[in-house]
Design a protein around this ligand. Structure first.
Ligand code: ADP
Ligand code: MG
Length: 389
């Protein structure tokens, strides 16, 4: 169901049936804070946005169950220290950054400035921004584990809290482009042109549809051929890194690279292009299968192509609080990987899977849903704690 203008949902009662577990976990709803195994959810309590102005679309507080406040949680576990300030003064540097980014993206500043103005109270909820652009590759050669969903929703969360974010879609299916509302039919200049034709990233980056500060380097279907075409190219593993180096990534706070479900040359390009690796792991029986191979590939890339690469973040996805299995998988992953596993786990949520068909992230599609809250929390952890360089 779309939450279009004026279509606020009165409460959670109309969550789809499979969004509502049978209560075996004792909570009776998976929109409950069960998403976090160890983190505190108290601060994420829904509230209203003071002086919230209607924004004219589903973004920011046009649903009654989900408001900007829902995803505006800033954790208190930063040891009482004030968060590092943004790289530029928010009031003027921000619009400067937007203007600059938009200039490259070839869209008008007016559009963006208007959109920024529709984000009530936004600056109160800005998260600390990294000193330097963090390039985070999101990879796992298993399909359907939540790579794209995590890329899009974490990127959206970060952008909604004041960061400049670029999503690089490296999957020929272009699911991240779809979820960001970005056109990616065959004629669109895309990441294929960057990797194969040496087109500059600046020529293909476009703004995402719903969220200011969020940009996308789209993927088209012809990227499927790139795995083979790359084989004969010079520096075939480093072409994305070279494109990123040539691009002024410093105008972004985060670049998130969404990988295809394979360990082919596209994923290798993403591993060489990134400084950090985020591995989404689905809380299912076969979740850990293949992880050894992924880690070995990472080690090889580290040894030969990109010394900086490190596994900085593991995110447990599609957690079903009703099953013991999910809890067991989560525990195994935590025992094995320790601190890099985010406290927040992403619950299975119908809203999360519905959002892309509306060309949206769940952060705008239903900001109060369990999935949006969890992704916001996960992104907050990354912004606050995960910036150890
Ligand atoms: P990948 O990119 O790893 O192949 P996706 O992010 O595309 O995986 O997710 C696979 C499928 O699972 C998609 O249909 C997506 O909508 C759905 N999905 C992902 N995360 C969730 C979630 N937390 N709850 C429900 N469905 C989800
Ligand atoms: Mg994907």
């Amino acid at each position: 169901m779309s939450t279009g203008p004026g279509l606020g949902r009165p409460d959670r009662a109309d969550e789809s049936p499979d969004e509502q577990p049978s209560g075996l976990d004792g909570t009776g709803e998976d929109d409950a804070p069960a998403a976090s195994l160890t983190g505190s959810w108290e601060e994420a309590a829904p509230g209203s946005v003071p002086g919230a102005a209607p924004s004219g679309h589903a973004l920011w507080g046009t649903t009654t169950s989900g408001t900007a406040e829902n995803v505006g949680y800033v954790p208190t576990n930063t040891g009482g220290a004030p968060p590092p300030g943004p790289r530029k003064a928010p009031s003027q540097g921000e619009s400067e950054l937007v203007r600059e980014a938009l200039k490259d993206a070839k869209v008008s500043h007016e559009t963006s400035a208007a959109a920024v103005r529709t984000m009530p109270g936004r600056r109160d909820r800005e998260w600390p921004r990294p000193d330097r652009c963090r390039i985070i590759t999101i990879a796992n050669q298993k399909g359907g584990v939540g790579k794209t969903t995590s890329s899009v929703n974490i990127a959206a969360s970060l952008a909604m809290h004041g960061a400049q974010v670029l999503v690089v879609d490296l999957d020929p299916q272009g699911n991240a482009s779809t979820a960001l509302g970005v056109d990616h039919h065959a004629e669109v200049p895309s990441i294929y042109d960057v990797l194969i034709e040496d087109t500059a990233l600046a020529d293909i980056v476009v703004p995402a549809a719903e969220i200011p500060n969020l940009f996308c380097a789209p993927a088209t279907l012809n990227l499927a051929g790139a795995e083979i075409e790359l084989v004969s190219k010079v520096a075939r593993e480093s072409r994305l890194r070279r494109a990123l180096d040539a691009y002024d990534t410093d105008k972004f706070d985060y670049v998130l690279i969404d990988c295809p479900p394979s360990l082919g040359l596209l994923t290798v390009n993403a591993l060489v292009g990134g400084d950090e690796l985020l591995i989404p792991i689905q809380c299912e029986y076969y979740a850990l299968e293949g992880l050894g191979q992924l880690i070995r590939t990472v080690d090889l890339v580290k040894a030969h192509l990109n010394q900086k690469l490190r596994v900085s973040t593991i995110l447990l996805t599609m957690y079903d609080a009703r099953t013991r299995l999910a809890a067991q998988v989560a525990e195994d992953v935590r025992n094995h990987f320790g601190d890099v596993v985010l406290n927040t786990v992403i619950p299975r949520s119908v809203r999360v899977s519905e959002a892309p068909s509306y060309g949206q992230s769940v952060m705008t599609y239903d900001p109060g849903s369990s999935g949006a809250l969890a992704y916001s929390e996960a992104a907050s952890e990354m912004a606050h704690g995960g910036s150890v360089q």
